[in-house]
Design a binder for this molecule. Sequence first.
Ligand SMILES: C[S@@+](CC[C@H](N)C(=O)[O-])C[C@H]1O[C@@H](n2cnc3c(N)ncnc32)[C@H](O)[C@@H]1O
Length: 144
Amino acid sequence: MAQGDYPALASELIPDVGAILVAACGVQPRHRVLDVGAGAGNAAIPAAMMGADVVASDLTPEMFDAGRRQAADRGVELEWMEGDAETLPFSDNVFDVVMSCVGVMFAPHHQACADELVRVCKPDGTIGLLSWTPKGSSGRCSRP
Ligand SMILES: C[S@@+](CC[C@H](N)C(=O)[O-])C[C@H]1O[C@@H](n2cnc3c(N)ncnc32)[C@H](O)[C@@H]1O
């Protein structure tokens, strides 16, 4: 279930971190890129702007329309696909870059997610996660 206006929140609070993750992953034109827990495309859209072939995947597809509008505003197209990070709906070894910007960290079973990220990434590909640390301010706020 989706509640609130996460795309507006992301634009307000973390507009730059997606592009930082894309740069850290070394995304190049024509790379096949998967963004897991993509939300409205905070990282996926900057990757598409680099000329990559991008799939934005999320458990909560209600955010995709906002993402499509933001992508159109920036003159790029990407694929939006509903999917659980614990059982990604992709074949083995298909992506040059698999990334997640404060996304996969929210799935409850981290080992299952890690196995899936590795499975769908090419053996010589790159996996990049941008996550809160447990002791940082966001991590402390999220503690149960
Ligand atoms: C804080 S938002 C980050 C969204 C986006 N990456 C960004 O940087 O704005 C966390 C995202 O993780 C997604 N998410 C949570 N659990 C997930 C799961 N099991 N599989 C896929 N996505 C998940 C949520 O739906 C949400 O879009």
